[in-house]
Design a protein. Sequence first.
Lengths: 135, 284
Amino acid sequence: MKTIQVSVVTPDGPVFEGNAKMVSAKAKSGELGVLPGHIPLVAPLTISAVRVHDVDGKTQYVAVSGGFIEVRPEKVTILAEAAEVADDIEVDRARAAKERAEKRLAGNKQDNVDSIRAEYALKRAINRIDVAAKR
Amino acid sequence: MALRDIKARIDSTKKTMQITKAMEMVSAAKLNRAEQNAKSFGPYVEKIQEVVGSIASGSSNSKHSMLLTRPVKKTGYFVVTADRGLAGAYNSNILRHVYRTIQQRHKSPDEYALIVIGKVGVNFFKSRKMSILDSITGVADQPSFAEIKAIASKAVSLYADGTFDELYMYYNHFVSAIQSDLTEKKLLPLTDIAATKSKSSYEYEPSEDEILEVLLPQYAESLIYGALLDAKAAEHASRMTAMRNATDNANELIGQLTLSYNRERQAAITQEITEIVGGVAALE
């Protein structure tokens, strides 16, 4: 069976490397499924889970904090500022981050940089909790 | 010098030497880690560069503000220093150069803005009454991207909202354990994107401009992070070298002191013998 190479890279180093028969990700313009032999493509991602369907029929989940996906016929690279494989996520820490962000959002209602940042932090935390629940 | 004084100096120099030697070894270990960090960061920035380059070569009509040079009313300076001294000329090299550059280029403090990493840099500019726009201190020896993300994205957004119209970055580039080069890099606008001849021409989903919107800030932030990793490696290296020099000097000093200690002791013995012999002679 044809497979496609997948790597998830962050500034702190590679997070995930492997082969897959299909990769699905959530791009800003909508869901994206990549099979081996896909035409070259670049798309920005949302804060979401990337699903890597490997050859054994299992699915691996990787939480990404945005970034973008670069697709080539034989290789998929995801470049994100932060990413975690489901098994590596510390749920307690994600919960704590979620509470912190919620508190900050409740604290100031104005539409300023802080609340935008808190909103993103909240999204990332929720994403990590969701992804961790799937392992 | 009295014998006891020399002895005391030898002892204290020995203790100092133990400390400098330990610091040298600690820095050597940290340098190792820092080099590894820089290595694991490599693939990320290369990939971003490749994609940015291929977009840049594909269409030269992208009008993203981070690619366009605009008239400069205010210049931003991003200066990377250490939190502590004892690193030889590491900090002073950079600070002196930045200070001189600013004095030459600008007449009034309204024409520049400073963003500083490291306590030494913050204190330097504060004592010269130069206002600092933003700073962070206490960056870990092996910084993670999350730590630097806030200041990096702030630097990028300050450029985007027009607080300054260009951004220069100053840091020590790590060359080898005994050499680091002072580096000045124009970070924004991103003018030096090499239009790479990429093997594959990409489809852009939804459009090039929207990808640039995500990609360019991420790219600029990663350049800042890369510079910081580089500077950290240089910092550990120059601290290691400084400490090695200190250890060598202490060794030499101990040698000299031991020599004069022995000479002094011998002189005392000789004098005693002369006195005894003189005393005996007087009795006879």
